[in-house]
Design a protein around this ligand. Structure first.
Ligand SMILES: C[S@@+](CC[C@H](N)C(=O)[O-])C[C@H]1O[C@@H](n2cnc3c(N)ncnc32)[C@H](O)[C@@H]1O
Length: 300
């Protein structure tokens, strides 16, 4: 029985249900590292994408250099595996990274973008086990203190404030459903607070959420009417999205690795017969730290 990571599972289920194109980790900024570290296309007959999500990384690699390679995605979420398979027109399976259903020494290039750190430590050993002698392992993982990490921390603070605003400005029915907006005074205060928050945020993450809520609340306050059922519907939808977004933010903060975790991973790969080619912080232009990067080759 596979134990699911419920935050991600819900996320992919909803994205698949709504046929949404999603790339939660921003592959544009990360893919150049994989392309720089990848083997020559002829040396990558098989590529395994661990924690493939909706297949954003595999898709990018296939389109860039690796059209001839056979890609396989693995993710704990069945919906994610389904989305990867349809995006790449290839294979993807549901599985736990800590217990890969694959034979040892079988894959030319194992890649993983912000996923191994969500699984137990054994996932790193498993990633190394399936690499063919002479093959490569290329990984990007969340780092404690990276730009992404601190943005998530800020988002969590914003979410707490949003929670208070929502609780204060929405009157609920017997089943907890929002039925009306509280007094104009409370609403006015909520809008002021949200405007300040949106102004503070550097973009992404909580911003689109608070923008959306600000829009709904401003509309109600301008109209001075009780919201229509349609608007209530969008608030309800917003509340659901927000809860599940918050869960993912929390799970990322828990998963992020410290430098000593990262050193431990490198040591375990060296013990398993790998030579580390590249290890350190993955940075965006301007030196902004996005996470840890690691690329290693298994001795032939
Ligand atoms: C941050 S997302 C990254 C997804 C994808 N690599 C991307 O960059 O778009 C983390 C992924 O790891 C998957 N995941 C978490 N724990 C896992 C585990 N134990 N086994 C397999 N997949 C796991 C989640 O379902 C999710 O799809």
């Amino acid at each position: 029985m596979i134990e699911l990571n419920s935050e991600w599972n819900d996320y992919w289920r909803t994205a698949r249900g709504e046929r949404r194109e999603v790339d939660p980790t921003g592959t544009d900024a990360i893919a150049p590292f994989f392309l720089a570290e990848g083997p020559a296309p002829g040396g990558a007959e098989s590529v395994l994408d661990l924690g493939c999500g909706a297949g954003a990384l595999s898709d990018r690699l296939i389109k860039s250099n690796y059209r001839q390679s056979q890609f396989l995605g693995v993710d704990l979420s069945r919906d994610a595996a389904y989305m990867t398979a349809s995006k790449t027109k290839g294979l993807a399976i549901q599985g736990d990274l800590a217990k890969l259903p694959l034979a040892a020494n079988t894959i030319d290039w194992v890649v993983s973008q912000f996923a191994l750190e969500y699984a137990s430590f054994n996932a790193w050993a498993e990633a190394g086990r399936v690499v063919k002698p002479g093959g490569r392992l290329t990984v990007v993982a969340h780092a404690n203190g990276s730009f992404i990490y601190t943005e998530h921390e800020k988002a969590l603070v914003d979410f707490r404030t949003l929670d208070q605003i929502i609780q204060a400005s929405v009157k609920r029915g017997p089943k907890g459903e929002p039925v009306a907006v509280e007094s104009e005074q409370v609403l006015g205060q909520a809008i002021k607070q949200l405007r300040a928050m949106v102004g503070d945020q550097s973009g992404g993450l909580a911003r689109s959420m608070s923008d959306a809520l600000l829009g709904v609340l401003t509309q109600w306050s301008d109209g001075k009417d009780l919201p229509s059922s349609n608007e209530l519907g969008s608030l309800l939808r917003w509340l659901t999205d927000y809860k599940f977004y918050k869960g993912r933010v929390e799970s990322m903060l828990r998963a992020a690795m410290t430098p000593s975790d990262f050193m431990g991973v490198q040591q375990s790969l060296v013990n398993a017969g790998f030579t580390v080619r590249t290890a350190g912080f993955l940075t965006a232009p301007g030196g902004v730290r996005l996470g840890f990067k690691l690329s290693a080759v298994k001795s032939a």
